[in-house]
Design a protein around this ligand. Structure first.
Ligand code: 13P
Length: 300
C-alpha cells in the first residue's frame, strides 16, 4: 500500500483512514491487531508530545515496535504533530525530527506550523514537504487553531463553536494548499484536541461537533483531502457527515490512551490486561464509530 494513494482512495470512497496515537509503547501491538482483525486500513501514529510528556520514548522506539507488529495491507506508520513552536511555546528542531522519522521508516509525516503566521507556516511547510517528498513520503500540515494541547485553560466549548474561534479560513486554506505543497490538510472546524497538560489529561473531553458546511467549503477551496484532529468524543453523526463532506483521515488519541492508562491503574503492572482493553476499544471505534470494518477489501 502506498500511503498517499490510500488516503485519496478513502476520499473517493467517502471513507476515512483512522490514525490511532500511541503515547505508550505497548499500545502499538493491540492497535495493529485490532485494525487487522477488523479487516480495516488505518494508521498507527506518534506525536512529539507523546515522547516528551507521555511514555512513547522516541519516534524510533515506536517505529521499532510498529515493524514488529505491522500487518501488510492493513497498517501504516505516521508521524503526528511535529510542532515548529510547541505547546509550551518553545522552538523545536522540526527538520531533524522529520529527517529521523524518514530514516526510521515512517510512511507519512506531519509538520505543525499552526502557531506561526500564514506566511511562516507556508514557508516551513514547504521546507519540510521538500524533504518528505524527496523520500517519496506524503506530508500533512495544519492550518487554523485546534485547541487543547496548550498548557492553559480552554474557553467553554460552546463559546469556541459559536464564535468559530480559531476555525480555518477559506481563503487561507486555498492559498496554503497551493503554496505549501502539503498533501493533506488538518482543519479547525469545531474539533478540539484532548488536553495533554498533566493536571487535566485524565478528564473526559467535552463532546465536540463539527461545522459540516465549513468542512465542505474548505474541501472545495483546498482541493486536497482534509484531516480531522481531536477525533475522540466527537458527536457520532458529525463524524459521519464530516467524512461525507471531505475528511479522509481522523486522528484518535485521548479515548484509547485513557483506556490504557485507566486499565494500568486498575491492575498496576498488568500490561497484557491494558493491551486487551486497548484492543477491544480500537475494534469498537472502527466498527461502531468510524464504520471502517472491511475497508481493506476496497483499498489497494
Ligand atoms: P484526541 O486526543 O482528541 O482524540 O485527538 C488526537 C489527535 O488529534 C492527535 O493528533
Amino acid at each position: 500500500m502506498e500511503t498517499k494513494s490510500v488516503v485519496i482512495q478513502a476520499r473517493t470512497l467517502k471513507k476515512c483512514i483512522p490514525a490511532f496515537n500511541c503515547p505508550h509503547v505497548p499500545m502499538v501491538k493491540p492497535i495493529a491487531q485490532a485494525i487487522a482483525d477488523e479487516n480495516s486500513v488505518a494508521m498507527i501514529q506518534v506525536a512529539r508530545v507523546e515522547w516528551e510528556k507521555f511514555k512513547a520514548e522516541s519516534l524510533e522506539r515506536i517505529a521499532e515496535e510498529y515493524f514488529k507488529y505491522r500487518v501488510e495491507g492493513h497498517t501504516l506508520l505516521h508521524l503526528d504533530h511535529i510542532p515548529v513552536i510547541d505547546e509550551d511555546y518553545l522552538e523545536v528542531d522540526y527538520m531533524s525530527l522529520i529527517s529521523r522519522a524518514l530514516k526510521a521508516g515512517f510512511e507519512s509525516v506531519m509538520i505543525d506550523g499552526s502557531r506561526l503566521s500564514l506566511e511562516d507556516n507556508i514557508r516551513v511547510t514547504a521546507e519540510a514537504a521538500a524533504l518528505a517528498h524527496e523520500a517519496k513520503v506524503p506530508i500533512e500540515a495544519e492550518l487554523g487553531a485546534v485547541m487543547g494541547h496548550e498548557n492553559k485553560e480552554m474557553p467553554p466549548y460552546e463559546e469556541i463553536f459559536a464564535s468559530k474561534m480559531g476555525f480555518t479560513k477559506l481563503d487561507e486554506a486555498k492559498r496554503f494548499a497551493q503554496e505549501s505543497s502539503c498533501d493533506w490538510l488538518p482543519v479547525a472546524v469545531g474539533n478540539i484536541h484532548g488536553q495533554v497538560a498533566e493536571a487535566v489529561r485524565n478528564q473526559k473531553k467535552p463532546e465536540a461537533r463539527i461545522d459540516i458546511q465549513h468542512v465542505a467549503d474548505l474541501y472545495a477551496a483546498a482541493g486536497i483531502p482534509l484531516v480531522l484532529h481531536g477525533g475522540s468524543g466527537i458527536k457520532y453523526q458529525s463524524v459521519l457527515d464530516a467524512v461525507e463532506a471531505g475528511i479522509a483521515k481522523i486522528n484518535v488519541g485521548t479515548e484509547v490512551r485513557q483506556c490504557y492508562e485507566f486499565a494500568m491503574q486498575e491492575r498496576p503492572g498488568d500490561i497484557a490486561y491494558a493491551q486487551e482493553k486497548v484492543y477491544l476499544k480500537t475494534r469498537d471505534y472502527i466498527q461502531n464509530y468510524l464504520y471502517n470494518t472491511d475497508l481493506a477489501d476496497k483499498i489497494k
